[in-house]
Design a protein around this ligand. Structure first.
Ligand code: ACM
Ligand code: ZN
Length: 729
């Protein structure tokens, strides 16, 4: 009975929400529904007199692609006509559907946007196409609406890139940031340096599973590919026909191992190293000597004419300074230019590229590390390590593209379930993406004026094929587009309703392998009265919140028990298993003296819920601290004999997460404490054996590493300390 009641509410919510906002995503500024449909056969007669031939071609292509419709140009009794407007908001358009369809537009791009909206209003049945009668008025909120695609870690064919562009265009993205070079493969033909692709485009081996899995194994399969300059031109032209600019990224000075495998003379050591098969950050980067700078400028000379975009991305992220510190050539550059350190040397390096690009009519854009050592005069900053880099750049009067890892990294997990396919780590749900605002609350109005927009980043270490790329990108890309386009962003419930009702069927029709994670029941845990936990599930989160109790597990008194709980996720979705270790502190009260960082504060129950944080980590399963020590008390229900304490932490240096380095533990019974403390250069889990002490309260102090060591990602910063279960046995 309960099941059917949920189903009924689900449908009702869907219908109400979609009637208000209409089927178009990203949500238009104005949508006014009129009763009635404009119905036609599969052929639209279009008056072409107010659109150019390219737009007429777009009309034909979109009609075919979206609904298998034909378009016939004719001034005789047209069903669709156009009006070009001046003096209106940039890229704005309107659509009026009554007995005929009238589209007003201000720019070619806006006409294209109108067409994507028009076909989202259409439904096809028995050869007849119906358009909902309505009035739409629309314009974009942000000018940079991008997706980034890493083709180095895994390669995607030109056909796949075009397919990716088709979907981007349908959802009104206008920028493809094409990450063409990295440690694991160089993917663009450079005629002056043929070895970049002969050698640099192929690796002999790739690490298996997650890079944090030990012992590491490699598949020993040669892997690679690249785009010829002809293919690049074709892809860029294809994107341009859909009003998408392609911004190429040529990474420097870091992430250079593929290039240096081909031309080791441009590194600091000259050592012959292969194209890398492991994921991470590597010490061997481009040397800052003149020969290396001229080599990269030669490369850029061939890249520039291929890309009409105003921007060329030069990377700049994650460049360890280890080699530069030991390199006589780099040290000579520091001295000759009166620089203070290697950060200023990186700034010098980027400034050389900035001057070169500017002289060639292009604008330099780079990851937020280009702020370190001083920002180059014409640089635009892409802020990925949070919003801070973007705020700093804007306050110095530089343009900014926001893509903080918290909301814009689509290589993170999108669901909490163990049934999600392997991802790099992190947790960025559909709801979180929709909630994204490229202008954070602590930005001034003056700073906000420099924010061009934002983009979603698809790093492909764990995205080995196109199917998985679609799974990671969709539907999150639609939520991002909505966050960037829509002046009045819908609530998550309204967004989800439109997405599920109109866009999931469309994506299915287009054979897009989108994720349906947002429809899965949400599993959550609560504290049980008198110790222990209760596990609940809800049907599709965001639509209804009524919950169902699945399991109730008391804290252990003497024997520790492991429970396997199987959860039905609904029709056609496999059941899920949750493993719970019922230890003595299960569901215990935790009093923090050091609160978790709000970014990774999932509630104190996280560390006593009997469920171990998965690896690769998802943000929801851990408590994250960015202080060098953490202290808290575990309050047990009543005094109980304790034999063992196990503390689980996470070690993932690439994510700046380092395991616990030391601890102090105080066992308290009726106010008397016993102290145990140690420096512990430990594994992720450490086990402390205790001689059967009766304990009511445990005071825990955990020490992290004070600073990330040189040569490691994030060197010099305070690392994150991620802790999960504190098991009391
Ligand atoms: C980045 O994710 N390394 C820009
Ligand atoms: Zn050097």
């Amino acid at each position: 009975m309960l099941k059917y009641a949920h189903f009924f509410i689900f449908i009702t919510v869907l219908l109400t929400a979609s009637a208000q906002t209409g089927p178009i995503l990203p949500t238009p500024a104005v949508y006014q529904r009129v009763n009635g449909q404009f119905v036609c056969s599969g052929n639209l007669v279009v008056d072409p007199s107010e659109i150019n031939p390219a737009l007429l071609q777009s009309f034909k292509d979109l009609a075919k692609w979206s609904h298998q419709m034909e378009v016939t140009p004719s001034v005789q009794n047209p069903m669709v006509s156009f009006k070009k407007l001046t003096n209106v908001k940039q890229d704005s358009y309107s659509i009026n559907i009554s007995e005929r369809i009238v589209i007003s537009y201000s720019s070619d791009a806006s006409c294209f946007y109108a067409l994507t909206s028009l076909f989202q209003l259409a439904t096809k049945q028995d050869g007849q196409v119906s358009f909902q009668q309505c009035f739409v008025k629309d314009y974009p909120k942000f000018q940079w609406r991008g997706l980034h695609l890493d083709v180095s870690r895994h390669f995607f064919t030109p056909e796949e890139i075009k397919r990716f562009i088709d979907l981007m265009a349908y959802y009104k993205f206008n920028t493809l940031h094409w990450h063409l070079t990295d440690d694991q493969g160089w993917r663009i033909e450079i005629k002056k340096y043929p070895l970049l692709t002969e050698i640099g485009a192929f690796r002999d081996s790739t690490v298996n599973e997650h890079y944090t899995t030990y012992p590491r194994t490699y598949n020993k399969v040669r892997y690679g590919g690249f785009y010829t300059q002809e293919q690049v031109k074709e892809i860029v032209a294809y994107a341009a026909s859909k009003y998408i600019q392609v911004v190429p990224e040529i990474e420097m000075p870091g992430h250079a191992r593929a290039a240096l495998a081909a031309y080791p003379q441009y590194s600091c050591t000259g050592e012959h190293l292969g194209v890398e098969g492991l994921w991470g950050v590597f010490d061997d980067i481009f040397c800052s000597k003149e020969e290396s700078i001229l080599f990269l400028q030669d490369v850029l000379s061939e890249v520039i004419p291929l890309f009409p975009s105003a921007y060329i991305h030069v990377g700049g992220d994650e460049a360890p300074k280890t080699r530069w510190k030991a390199c006589p050539n780099c040290q000579a550059v520091i001295k000759a230019n009166g620089l203070h350190d290697e950060h200023e040397l990186q700034s010098y390096f980027i400034q050389r590229m900035d001057a070169f690009l500017t002289a060639n009519g292009k604008k330099l854009i780079g990851w937020d590390e280009i702020l370190e050592g001083g920002l180059s005069p014409n640089a635009t900053v892409m802020s990925w390590r949070g919003y801070e880099g973007g705020i700093a750049a804007a306050s110095q009067g530089h343009d900014v593209v926001m893509c903080p890892g918290s909301h814009c990294y689509f290589d993170h997990y999108q669901g909490k379930g163990s049934d999600e396919p392997l991802a790099i780590g992190g947790f960025t749900s559909l709801e979180k993406v929709l909630s994204f605002d490229p202008i954070p609350a602590n930005m001034t109005v003056a700073q906000a004026a420099y924010v061009l927009g934002a983009q979603g980043n698809l790093w492909t270490e764990y995205i080995a094929d196109y199917q998985k790329l679609e799974y990671m990108a969709y539907p999150r890309a639609i939520a991002l587009s909505t966050a960037l386009w829509s002046e009045t962003k819908p609530s998550y419930n309204d967004f989800l309703a439109v997405l599920v009702k109109y866009h999931f069927p469309f994506l299915e029709k287009k054979n897009v392998n989108f994720s349906q994670t947002c429809l899965k029941p949400e599993i959550f845990t609560k504290r049980k009265a008198n110790g222990g936990i209760e596990i609940y599930k809800t049907p599709a989160k965001g639509i209804i919140a009524s919950e169902e109790l699945i399991s109730s597990i008391p804290a252990a008194k003497r024997k520790i028990k492991a429970h396997e709980i199987v959860i039905d996720q609904g029709k056609s979705i496999p059941a899920k298993q949750i493993n719970v270790v019922a230890h003595k502190a299960l569901g215990a009260q935790i009093n923090f003296q050091t609160p978790p960082n709000p970014k990774f504060d999932n509630g104190s129950l996280t560390i006593v819920d009997g469920q171990l944080g998965a690896r690769p980590w998802k943000g929801n399963e851990w408590l994250g601290f960015n202080t060098d020590s953490v202290s808290f008390d575990i309050i047990l229900e009543k005094p109980i004999k304790v034999k063992e304490i196990r503390i689980h932490s996470l070690h993932d240096p690439n994510s700046w997460i380092w395991s616990i380095q030391g601890y102090e533990i105080q066992l308290i019974k009726f106010g008397h404490g016993v102290n145990i403390s140690e420096d512990y250069n430990m594994d992720e889990t450490f086990i402390l054996k205790i001689k059967d002490k009766k304990v009511k309260q445990i005071h825990v102090v955990l020490y992290g590493l004070p600073k990330i060591p040189e040569g490691q990602p994030g060197a010099g910063n305070t690392p994150w300390l991620f802790i999960d279960e504190i098991e009391i046995r």
